[in-house]
Each structure stands twice: as C-alpha cells, then as structure tokens.
Write a protein of this length. Structure first.
Length: 254
C-alpha cells in the first residue's frame, strides 16, 4: 500500500489525502495520477505498484471525491487545476508526468495547458464509460460500511478485478455512519464538473490509451494504444489493466 501524506488544498481547513510512493523530495519530478469523475485516488494502487520504486508517484483525491468530498464544492475543471497546482507547490515538485483517466485526463490536459513548464507530458487513459456502475450508487444509503463493501465485491463488474485492490479502493470511497455509509462523491461538485468538462481531444496528450470500445474520431498514428479487451469501469483495478497501462508509462520514465 502506498504511503500517505496530507496536503491542504485551495485554502480549505480540511486536508485532502495525497497518496505518495517513492522519493518525494524537494525540487524533484514525479508521476501525477488523476482519477476519474466518480472514483478516488486509490483506483491507481495497482498501477502505482508497477512503476519503479525509485520514481516518485503521487495520486490525489479530486475535490468532491474520497477524502476531499467535504471540501467546498468544485466549480469546474479550473478548480481541480488550481488544487493540483497547490499540491505540486506544497510537495515542492518541479515537474510531473501527468496521467489521467476519463475526467481525470481532461483535468491533466487542462493542467498541462495552464502550467506547461510544470507538466513534462500527459498520458490520457480514455474509454467510453457510459455504463459507469458508480452512477447507480450515488446517494444510496447502506446500513453499514461492511454492507457497502459487500455490494461492490458482489457486483459483476468487479468479477475480474484484484480483490485487495477493490477492497482498498472501495474502503477509501465509503463515508462514515453519520453519512449513512454513502459513496463519497459530492453531488454539487459532480454537477459543476459535468457541466464544465469538455473532453480533451487526443491531440492534447503526449500519448493516449483507449480502453474498451469508443468512437472519438481519427486516432493519431503512433500516439495511441488500444486495449479493447478491458472494461473502462474497472480496468485500473485488474492486474491485466494495470500491467497494460503501466507498460505505456514506463518508456517515459527512462
């Protein structure tokens, strides 16, 4: 399991959990992992574990998700760009390779456009996730944390997933008893992000990885890897998906 640190984001009193692995030192470079619209930073655990130990890797909960779900709501993509910039400042990271999945890819591309001197390159993990299983659980109450975890462990979409990765990811996404063990996504942030987000074109990424079947127009030759056998909803939580995605990141770390 990756180590954890807490970083204040955007002036809020509450701290967001940042998952770090490797040598996070002053004025270093790192791989920055940005999750999808309804997930959290722990979705990257398997990919993080497949990157070299000597490489600094950081995964952040976006505002309105995971540990950051109680922060003041996101106002759109620009909020996340500002938050990530603040994380880079507080961790004293000079430059990152930004990898984003789905909505996180849009945020990563926007960060690169806003701070080109701090983002060496971007990798987008893209897929047509119109049947996102997490949409169905928004606002749903559960009698206990255990029952919520069982719900996902028994969900057919998670059948090919790594059991320990699922448990860590889901456990990080479940709210406490005062919130009836709901999935930790702030609906105000979600609405603002969905309204504001314009999917970044493939040309915005140094390299893109398409998961499952998707139609996004012409594919740039030589910059896209297609993984049609994977399910976008759970690709990061499967060994084969994590292997394939890490393999696309590794050449840029040489």
């Amino acid at each position: 399991m990756p180590g954890r640190s807490r970083v204040g984001v955007g002036g809020d009193r509450d701290d967001v959990v940042v998952w770090c692995r490797g040598p996070i030192e002053q004025h270093t470079s790192a791989v920055l992992l940005v999750h999808d619209r309804l997930t959290n930073a722990r979705s990257w655990d398997l990919v993080m574990g497949r990157l070299p130990a000597e490489v600094a890797v950081v995964a952040v909960d976006l505002r309105g998700r995971g540990s950051a779900w109680r922060q003041s709501p996101s106002l759109g993509v620009g909020t996340h760009v500002d938050d990530l910039g603040d994380v880079l400042d507080r961790l004293d990271l000079d430059e990152v390779l930004a990898v984003g999945q789905g909505f996180g890819a849009t945020v990563a591309a926007a960060l690169a456009a806003a701070a080109p001197d701090r983002v060496a390159l971007t990798i987008g993990v893209l897929g047509n996730n119109s049947g996102d299983p997490f949409d169905s659980v928004l606002g749903m109450a559960f009698p206990s944390r255990h029952e919520h975890l069982l719900f996902w462990q028994r969900h057919p979409c998670f059948a090919p997933a790594d059991a320990r990765a699922v448990e860590a990811f889901v456990a990080h996404g479940i709210a406490g008893p005062q919130d009836h063990h709901r999935w930790r996504v702030d609906l105000r942030s979600l609405v603002a992000d969905d309204h504001d987000a314009i999917e970044a074109p493939m040309s915005a990424f140094s390299r893109s990885i398409t998961i499952g079947s998707m139609s996004t127009g012409p594919t740039p030759v030589g910059t896209t890897t297609q993984l049609p056998q994977l399910d976008p909803a759970v690709a990061l939580l499967t060994s084969s998906g994590a292997d394939a995605i890490a393999a696309q990141i590794l050449p840029f770390l040489a």
